[in-house]
Design a protein around this ligand. Structure first.
Ligand code: SF4
Length: 479
């Protein structure tokens, strides 16, 4: 690799290309998949046994699992994934809300309705004041964690920085946002440094969509995003700039999903091996049909529910502590299946457009992204609690600036039990007291009692004390 001096504002082309080759070697990924095709039942069970030890799996084992087509064996994979998910995350599902400050974009991704050549979308971009109004609506609904979703708006990084700063600055009474992630294009080194130095930042999400260079080129014909190598290397630049909380992601349907899943896992392994820093999250989206987005309407790109569940289960086994994020719409039944086998975070109201929360937005600004207001948070909390999942609104690690174990994906079972579990219950307790109807309070109250009983005695006592203080009016209780 040809290093660029640390004072340089951007990587050389040579460095970008060499780094990209280190991250993903497509013939090697295919070779792995071919070697792993048609694994024996005994081999699969042996891999599952090792996966349940919570140390993750090497790419060759993940490739063997991803190749399994037999439904009975897939069920065994899902059962193991459920156990791993419960050990790492309990029954918790983190919730966050998307906000789209702008729907302007200079790229032309063929699966996306916001692509620049879709003239049916009305374009707009928030001012600080617009953003504040939208966020007040979210705070008043009980959200604490937001993800700001930017297209490739040429307003540039100062606009992203200003929107993040404005989001953290919004108050509604005593309420304020605790974590702001960004989903933005592949930035230059100097842009990342600017963001890193500008104040608190949650996860920097950049999705490769597909790791196959040919499919990538076909789906991204124009704009800066057409540069596969530049996008693939942006997490390396982020780490060099000091941005350590990183999200990877796939758009399933762009290419053969077996290939993309293995390439994604190898990308995370590369970050760990080279930089000592794993990805914090994997966002697994599937392509959904949208007007003005021709690729999204091709039937062969549809991913079946059962394959989606298989992918989530294999990724959970391969990377037990990495957040798996669901951000595309799914029926309640499918969502429950995905959450059961591995999804640990759900983007609430996964369809969004500027002005959706205040009610004065223009649905035509969304392309396909929505024609409905997103689900009310309370409805989702109620439904999750009813079936025994713990809706998690906690962002304690971000508030207390102790993100290292979280972003490195090395939360120990002890931290999960002694901190994550009680903090989720405390945040949920505060949420229902402040926002929920008596019906939701009853359902959630039962859930909290059951979950408290699973905590170690000393942690339970401490949690109960903090809950009593919350009942007396204190807020922001956390361990
Ligand atoms: Fe723009 Fe993102 Fe849509 Fe591509 S996927 S057209 S970059 S908003």
């Amino acid at each position: 690799m040809a290093p660029t001096g640390s004072g340089s504002s951007e990587w050389s082309r040579e460095r970008i290309e060499q780094t990209a080759r280190s991250i993903c070697d497509p013939p090697a990924v295919w070779a792995l998949l071919e070697q792993a095709a048609a694994p024996e039942t005994g081999q699969v069970r042996d891999i599952l046994h090792r996966a349940r030890e919570m140390k993750g799996l090497p790419a060759e084992d993940a490739a063997a699992l991803i190749a399994v087509a037999d439904e009975d064996l897939r069920q065994e994979i899902r059962d193991s994934a459920r156990r791993v998910r419960e050990t790492a995350f309990g029954r918790r599902i983190s919730l966050c809300a998307p906000v789209c400050p702008t729907n302007r974009c200079i790229n032309d991704c063929l699966y996306c309705p916001l692509r620049r050549s879709n003239s049916r979308v009305r374009r707009s971009a928030y001012t600080d004041r617009d953003l504040q109004r939208e966020i007040v609506s979210l705070l008043d609904e009980g959200h604490r964690h937001l993800v700001l979703v930017f297209g490739d708006d040429r307003s540039g990084v100062p606009y992203v920085r200003d929107m993040v700063g404005a989001a953290y600055g919004v108050r509604s009474g005593l309420r304020q946002v605790q974590r702001v992630d960004i989903n933005v294009d592949a930035l230059r080194l100097d842009e990342l440094r600017l963001l890193q130095q500008s104040g608190p930042l949650g996860t920097y999400h950049v999705f490769q969509e597909t790791y196959d260079p040919q499919s990538y080129a076909a789906l991204h014909p124009e704009g800066p995003k057409a540069d596969y190598d530049r996008r693939l290397t942006c997490h390396d630049r982020a780490l060099e700039a000091g941005v350590v909380d990183l999200g990877l992601g796939l758009l399933l349907g762009c290419h053969d999903w077996r290939f993309d899943v293995i390439a994604l896992l190898q990308h995370s392994r590369y970050l760990s091996d080279i930089h000592g820093q794993r990805a914090h999250s994997f966002t697994l989206q599937r392509m959904v049909p949208a007007p003005g987005a021709p690729a999204s309407r091709e039937p062969e790109r549809r991913l079946a529910d059962e394959d989606f569940a298989h992918i989530v289960a294999v990724v959970r086994l391969a990377s037990p502590y990495t957040d798996i994020v669901l951000s595309t719409p799914a029926s309640s039944e499918v969502r429950r299946l995905l959450v059961g086998v591995g999804v640990s975070r759900v983007v609430v109201g996964s369809k969004s457009y500027p002005g959706v929360y205040t009610g004065d937005g223009d649905p035509e600004a969304a392309g396909h992204l929505t024609i409905d207001r997103p689900r009310a948070l309370e409805r989702l909390v109620y439904r999750m609690a009813e079936v025994g999942f713990v809706p998690n609104l906690c962002a304690a690690c971000y508030v207390q600036r102790r993100r290292a174990p979280v972003v490195e994906g090395i939360i120990s079972p002890q931290v999960a039990t002694d901190r994550c579990a009680p903090n989720a219950l405390l945040a949920l307790k505060e949420y229902v007291m402040d926002y929920a109807s008596s019906e939701t309070q009853t359902v959630v109250g039962r859930l909290i009692q059951g979950e408290l009983a699973r905590l170690p005695e000393d942690v339970r006592q401490l949690t109960l004390e903090l809950m009593e203080e919350a009942e007396a009016g204190l807020r922001g209780q956390m361990l």
